[in-house]
Design a protein around this ligand. Structure first.
Ligand code: AMP
Length: 537
């Protein structure tokens, strides 16, 4: 053997931080009482080992799926490492999913334990009988904040940790094995699981840490607004320990004032999240006249950032807004917008226009644009095509799916429509998938239409995304009533609430006589989107 080939385990990232950056911190706004607490990487490492021991004692074995329903806190991060590090699968679950989706994914993954924040206990209390594989629930808190419940197999996280040793020998195994599982509802039908591996997460963390990607070092502090439960938290919980920077975990408070306080108090130099959060932050700064002194840049992704957001950050706060694009299926980073030498001498307007695009791919991700007949399109900044991706941290086959999610040449279809210019910058132009993304979370138009059409007074229903200042998009439902019926908005909303969470319900329902159809008889969403453009302005 010429070179060492040491088996890699994700826990080594935290081991590295504990050894070489032992005093750098994970700063958390607690979910229970919004108090801010600090833990060093050395402490987070020791606590993740305690959890690994506790889970082993509870019978967790190599390859078991362990679900987490939790916000961004040090405990959730410890769980990531304590679970994956021992060879089990850390299955992060989005608490904003509808009950139906939650039910589906916990059972599809066959989660053996669920670790959850105390604020999510009411969800579980009402559903626990529907989870036959779950042996117990671990509430991420101390004894005094434990929920009062009659259910017997409920454990207190801090008690489990107190009783467990803080030494654990992370096992060796094939690093191509699964480490973590994240379901996406940004697809048709039931949510689909993406099983990341130790290797794919490692490569992604290296890619993310490049200076033309998140560009932070051990002197930086990143505010991790992007949830640990959505799209692998953009890989920041892995890249942070790899880089040795401080991480700020904001807990449940996402309002501009709370986010500003964390940035100011801890001199955050960088931050990552969806546009909705940055809108609240900018509004808070405008209202109070405060400036974000410490921030160098803010990474925005998950949905398109409005052009005005770039100007507001730059002109008022001297902050570079960095546009990034990716998907749960891509771990998630695909492209990120840092300036390349090739565009520096362009006229200012042209330069700024390019800087607002979703950015260039980093090595490890390849992009391809194709037309309806799958012919490759040129990178001329004009040709709009379906965006296909291929790479080392991109899904091959969804979890427990029979057939691959990629074509015969290994390309995965993102469902996004884009252009790529001569300098390599990609811009998302439209979405081919029929979905609505509100505040960074998905709502399925097809599910909403099907369910609405189950209402006794509804003949046809089409759900479309309408641009919304705060949430990016909000659903509008267009309904053709059945002959002789006069359904009301209230009864349709009540009918939808049996399947959809409150935030997923349409903001308005419009009654029409007919819905325009395409040549193949489908609802013409293009036509409807044009007809109702600006409806929520
Ligand atoms: P998710 O898997 O939930 O992160 O969703 C991925 C999808 O979100 C992509 O396929 C895009 O449709 C959309 N998306 C993510 N980032 C951006 C962005 N910067 N601009 C526009 N759409 C985005």
């Amino acid at each position: 053997m010429n070179m060492q080939n040491n088996p890699f385990n994700l826990a080594q990232l935290l081991e590295f931080a504990g050894k070489y950056h032992p005093t750098q911190k994970v700063i958390t706004r607690r979910v229970e009482d919004d108090q801010i607490v600090e833990h060093t990487y050395r402490e987070v490492l020791a606590r993740s080992k305690k959890l690994a021991n506790a889970l082993k004692k509870l019978g967790v074995q190599h390859g078991d799926c362990i679900g987490t329903i939790a916000l961004n806190t040090h405990r959730h991060m410890e769980s990531w490492y304590g679970i994956s590090g021992q060879g089990a699968i850390c299955h992060t679950i989005n608490p904003r999913l509808s009950m139906k989706q939650l039910h589906y994914i916990v059972n599809h993954a066959a989660d053996k334990y669920l670790l959850l924040d105390p604020i999510f206990w009411p969800i579980i209390e009402g559903m626990h009988t529907k989870f036959p594989n779950v042996s117990g629930y671990i509430v991420l808190t101390e004894r005094e904040n434990m929920p009062k419940t009659e259910i017997s197999n409920v454990y207190c996280y801090e008690e489990l940790l107190t009783d467990a040793p803080d030494e654990f020998d992370w096992p060796e195994f094939d690093p191509q094995e699964g480490s973590s599982l994240c379901y996406t509802s940004g697809t048709t039908g039931d949510p689909k699981g993406v099983m990341y591996t130790h290797t794919s997460n490692l490569l992604h963390a290296y890619g993310l840490s490049l200076s033309d990607a998140i560009a932070v070092g051990a002197q930086d502090t990143i505010l991790v607004v992007v949830p640990l439960f959505h799209a692998n938290s953009w890989g920041l919980a892995y890249a942070g320990p790899m880089i040795g920077c401080n991480l700020i975990m904001p807990g449940k408070r996402m309002d501009g004032g709370a986010i500003f306080e964390l940035i100011e108090k801890y001199n955050a130099t960088s931050a990552a999240g969806v546009p909705t959060v940055w809108t609240s932050l900018l509004e808070y700064a405008d209202k109070t006249g405060k400036k974000m002194e410490s921030l160098n840049d803010v990474v925005v992704g998950g949905s398109a950032a409005p052009p005005s957001m770039f100007t507001r950050f730059r002109e008022k706060h001297d902050v570079d807004l960095i546009h990034a694009w990716g998907m749960t299926e891509m771990s998630p980073l695909g492209t990120i917008n840092r300036p390349s030498g090739a565009i520096m001498d362009l006229p200012k307007d042209e330069y700024l226009r390019i800087r607002r695009k979703q950015g260039r791919p980093i090595f490890g991700v390849d992009l391809k644009l194709v037309d309806e007949k799958n012919n490759q399109l040129p990178h001329d900044g004009k040709a709009v095509g379906r965006l296909l991706v291929k790479g080392n941290w991109i899904v091959h086959t969804y979890f427990k799916a029979g057939k691959p999610a990629v074509d015969e040449d290994g390309w995965f279809d993102t469902g996004d429509m884009a252009t790529i210019d001569e300098y390599g910058y990609m811009e998302i132009i439209d979405r081919a998938k029929d979905l609505i993304k509100s505040g960074g979370e998905w709502i399925s138009s097809v599910d909403m239409e099907n369910h609405a059409m189950g209402h006794a007074g509804v003949s046809m229903a089409a759900a479309i995304a309408i641009a919304h200042e705060k949430w990016g998009e909000r659903p509008l439902l267009i309904v053709v009533p059945k002959e002789g019926h006069k359904p009301t908005k209230e009864t349709i909303l009540e009918h939808l609430s049996t399947e959809f969470s409150k935030w997923q319900l349409p903001d308005d329902i419009v009654f029409v006589e007919e819905i325009p159809l395409t040549a193949t008889g489908k609802f013409s969403k293009l036509h409807l989107r044009k007809q109702f453009e600006g409806y929520f302005d």
